[in-house]
Design a binder for this molecule. Structure first.
Ligand code: 5FU
Length: 263
């Protein structure tokens, strides 16, 4: 009965180091909030990460949108990670053949595998994408999420595609630690455990102008059985105090989880 288990208790269901660390961290810090930090300058990025850091378990990056990316950014990000006790998820959405993603993951300017505890991939190309990423990431203690669903309107990742993503994850349980999805995807007493992270979470608006659709932390964690809420503009997009907004989402996410344990 995964939905009734505490995050920390689920750590033993995983052999993967990143998954075990993340579940323990969530329990220790009492937050299931991931911040999606989609800003384009290093200054804003570090400022917001520092303000929201105390309230999050996971900082989600799109490292390639930073106009002034440099190695110093990574060094400072690592310092914030230690200071605030969070993990890092690069939302790279790999989507190519195994040999190519292997290089995209470890090489180029960003060298994602060196600093991101978790990254993600579309299952679209088939198992080779997981095998390629695993060749790089497993020995480094990294974990992978598969995009089984997407939060955007009209997403094609539904039905048999989502089912195929689940089967792919089961074949690579040492490295695939979970899914991007809007809900718990497998039955609550399944032998396998996966961490579900849900983007498209907001308390104040229901959509943006470009297809994003928002649900509340309660919808996502309590009613749909997801594990982590991913929140971006809900925290930094309103011009309000970042720490206050981050606390608001942390509290809403933790309240929804606490109710789930009691139900
Ligand atoms: F896989 C997905 C998805 O299905 N929907 C998303 O919104 C990823 N995302 C990411 O979550 C997206 O790339 C943003 O980084 C973030 C949502 O940001 P928002 O500002 O909360 O809408």
């Amino acid at each position: 009965m995964i939905l009734k288990k505490k995050y920390g208790e689920r750590a033993e269901n995983f052999s993967n180091k990143a998954a075990r660390e993340l579940l323990s961290l969530i329990d220790r810090k009492k937050t299931n909030l991931s911040l999606a930090l989609d800003v384009t300058t290093k200054r804003e990025f570090l400022e917001i990460a520092d303000k929201a850091g105390p309230y999050i378990c996971l900082l989600k990056t799109h490292i390639d949108i930073l106009v002034d990316f440099d190695q110093d950014l990574i060094e400072q990000l690592k310092e914030l990670k230690t200071k605030h006790d969070f993990m890092i998820f690069e939302d790279r959405k790999f989507a190519d053949i195994g040999n190519t993603v292997k290089h995209q993951y470890s090489k180029g300017i960003y060298k994602i595998s060196e600093w991101a505890d978790i990254t993600n991939a579309h299952p679209l190309p088939g198992d080779g994408i997981v095998s390629g990423l695993k060749e790089v990431g497993l020995s480094l203690g990294r974990g992978l999420l598969l995009l089984a669903e997407m939060s955007s309107k009209g997403s094609l990742a539904t039905g048999t595609y989502t089912e195929a993503a689940i089967e792919m994850a089961r074949r690579h349980k040492d490295f695939v630690i979970g899914f991007i999805a809007g809900r718990k995807l497998i039955s609550d007493d399944d032998k396998d455990d996966f961490i579900v992270m849900s983007p498209g979470v907001g308390l104040d608006v229901s959509m943006d102008g470009l297809g994003q659709q928002y649900r509340t932390p309660r919808n996502v964690i309590l009613e749909s059985g997801s594990d982590i809420i991913i929140v971006g503009r809900g925290i930094y997009g309103s011009g309000k105090d970042i720490a206050v907004e981050a606390q608001r989402y942390r509290d809403a996410g933790w309240e929804a989880y606490s109710q789930r344990l009691m139900n």
